[in-house]
Design a protein. Structure first.
Length: 194
């Protein structure tokens, strides 16, 4: 994991979630900062997004937020970040998040998190990048979705080697274990034009 300088975290903006998810977000932000890895995320101050950012900042880490104008104007952006980029659209946000990151971690979240996760996985499948993706299946949150992916493969709608597309960890320590097992060449790959 020594070659990772930044990790993008996709996660929910809801605060009305179980404590186990809040604790995982805190542990991930804290763990990234303590390892000297910059957090790149959606720039919000609420929900798991705010928790992961606050934990990284409290541990002395760098945090880069990328937020679209229409969300920033609702006054939910985090104002205490190392960098906050206000962009014109969700598309610009997602592209910048990919370009500024060496790897991706997916914590529990809602439709926006699903959108971000599937886009980064699709881009990887299309060989637009070869950056690692780790799905944090905290408390079995993603288990139904992972079952759906298996179903798509079994039905012939997806021809993917899941082990090359993403890793799954059931706790935050497992996320760091997965990132540490990555070959150096994989983390050094450049992103092709998206």
């Amino acid at each position: 994991m020594k070659t990772l300088s930044s990790v993008c975290v996709y996660c929910g903006a809801s605060s009305q979630v179980a404590d186990v998810h809040k604790e995982a977000a805190h542990a991930l932000g804290d763990g990234l900062a303590r390892r000297g890895i910059r957090l790149v995320y959606g720039g919000g101050r609420v929900g798991l997004m705010g928790i992961v950012a606050d934990a990284a900042l409290a541990a002395g880490g760098e945090v880069v937020g990328i937020i679209p104008e229409h969300i920033q104007s609702a006054e939910i952006e985090h104002t205490g970040l190392t960098e906050l980029h206000v962009v014109d659209s969700m598309h610009t946000r997602k592209r910048m998040m990919v370009e500024r990151s060496d790897a991706f971690v997916v914590l529990p979240g809602g439709l926006g998190t699903l959108d971000e996760m599937f886009e980064v996985l699709t881009w990887k499948q299309l060989q637009l990048h070869d950056k690692p993706v780790v799905i944090a299946d905290v408390d079995g949150y993603w288990r139904p979705l992972l079952g759906l992916v298996d179903h798509m493969v079994a039905q012939g709608f997806a021809r993917i080697d899941r082990s090359k597309l993403y890793s799954v960890a059931d706790q935050v320590d497992g996320v760091f274990d997965a990132l540490e097992r990555l070959p150096d060449a994989q983390t050094a790959t450049q992103t092709r034009k998206l």
